[in-house]
Design a protein around this ligand. Structure first.
Ligand code: IFM
Length: 456
């Protein structure tokens, strides 16, 4: 049986600036919160930093040639804010923009469609020093930064994404403290979530004014496929709570123009939400053309939680118990279950009708090795991708308006707090030599793209 995708379905691969670029001091780039965090002892596994990463800033032309060999129709990358505005405000640093100018031109020369994310977690450190995402002003700074990039690259980039996974920025960065800037303040995290959403809204309006008509604008969320671990009212309530913080906190203001009432009530002992000003919710709901969805694994919850051992990314959810799945898992320990993806996109399609969806990240880390014959055998990754693509196909057949799929990731890279210990790439990177080796999954993905379908 062959599963054929609709004509025009957009296939691609994704990366992010801090995870692959390296060259953190080149061409006037300023420090970001991830430079500070990764250089703080004990924050990142192995003391790894993004200083060199996959050396893509210097070697981007070779990487674009590799994408062309793979037959990639689209490439999703992010722009490093501190390259464009080293201190997060003021005029653009032209040398920083030059890099993305050259990258976009190289992609277009190879017929690869650029899909640009403005913010994938590398906030200029000076803005963090001024309050970071806890400060309302950061949202206004983001909109100004968006215009600087749009003025240079508009007309050549057809799809723009404001933020990647604001849940992670807010809750891993400001509540759990496991991501930069490493803060552990639940009230600040909720405030940060609002300012991130406001940044998206103000940024979207600014992009619409600066970009040629017909350019698409989007945001990417890491939505949670939350499932109950038991058939009890406590489990159902746990689902509601995690769905509230992980999904509806973002989906509702973006697509319905208001925060969910139950979430505001559940968190009223943490914050009075006084940081939400009149006019903010309509600003956040500025129309978007596509919603990016990143999916890796489902989340299984129940009642009876006794509180986390340390700071939690889930403010006010001490009574929620996160249940470990016993089935197969990736090297991250994340359960493998494509059913979560199927249910998730179906749910968004049903409850938030009318917004086209795109899977902007999906993939898996495994402990890949280069064999003595030079090959990288990664059958588990191929199986993972196959199952998840089948789920995408099922959803399309069921009527979900799903426009594309981007594998995470093109290259092995800096996996945030895990450093270089986790490999998500379909292309292996030897960090000592920067040599790229196609994993079997890269060969397989090339065939999927070529056939615009899956052979079962
Ligand atoms: O590497 C990250 C990426 O930066 C954001 N989404 C999840 C990926 C895997 O953890």
């Amino acid at each position: 049986m062959t599963r054929t995708f609709p004509p025009g379905f957009l296939w691609g691969a994704a990366t992010a600036a801090y995870q692959i670029e390296g060259a953190t001091a080149a061409d006037g780039r300023g420090p970001s919160i991830w430079d500070t965090f990764s250089h703080t002892p004990g924050k990142v596994s192995g003391g790894d930093t993004g200083d060199v990463a996959a050396d893509h800033y210097r070697g981007f032309r070779e990487d674009v040639a590799l994408m062309a060999e793979l037959g990639l129709p689209a490439y999703r990358f992010s722009v490093s804010w501190p390259r464009v505005q080293p201190g997060g405000r003021g005029p653009a640093n032209p040398r920083g923009l030059d890099h993305y100018d050259r990258l976009v031109d190289a992609l277009l020369e190879h017929g690869i469609r650029p899909v640009l994310t403005l913010y994938h977690w590398d906030l200029p450190q000076e803005l963090e020093d001024a309050g970071g995402w806890g400060a309302r002003d950061t949202a206004a700074r983001f909109a100004e930064y968006a215009v600087l990039v749009a003025d240079r690259l508009g007309g050549r980039v057809p799809l723009w994404t404001t933020l990647n996974e604001p849940w992670c920025s807010a809750f891993l960065g400001y509540a759990a403290g496991v991501h930069a800037p490493g803060r552990t303040d639940p009230a600040l995290a909720l405030r940060a979530a609002h300012h991130l959403l406001l940044a998206h809204g103000l940024g979207t309006a600014a992009l619409r004014a600066a970009l040629p008509a017909g350019t698409q604008v989007s945001i990417t969320l890491n939505l949670h496929a939350v499932e109950p671990a038991s058939d009890t009212p406590a489990a159902a309530d746990a689902v509601r709570r995690i769905d509230g913080l992980g999904n509806r906190l973002f989906l509702d203001p973006l697509l319905r123009g208001r925060y969910p009432a139950d979430l505001l009530a559940d968190t009223d002992e943490i914050t009075d939400w006084g940081f939400v000003r009149s006019g903010d919710e309509p600003a956040i709901a500025a129309p978007i053309d596509v919603l990016g969805v990143n999916y890796y694994a489902p989340t299984l919850v129940d009642g009876g939680g006794t509180g986390p051992d340390g700071p939690s990314p889930w403010p006010g959810c001490a009574d929620v118990r996160f249940v470990e799945s016993t089935g197969p898992a990736t090297a991250m320990g994340w359960p493998i279950d494509a059913g979560g993806l199927r249910a998730l996109v179906h749910r968004v399609h049903t409850e938030y009708p009318g917004i086209p969806l795109m899977i902007t990240e999906n993939g898996a880390a495994f402990d890949d090795l280069v064999n003595s014959d030079g090959a990288v055998r990664d059958p588990e990754r191929i199986a993972y991708l196959r199952e998840h693509l089948a789920a995408v196909h099922d959803a399309i057949e069921a009527g979900v308006d799903l426009r594309g799929y981007f594998v995470w990731s093109l290259l092995d890279n800096f996996e945030w707090a895990y450093g270089y210990s986790k490999r998500f790439g379909i292309v292996h990177v030897d960090y000592a030599t920067q040599r790229r080796v196609w994993k079997d999954s890269a060969h397989w993905y090339r065939e999927v793209i070529r056939a615009n379908g899956l052979k079962q």
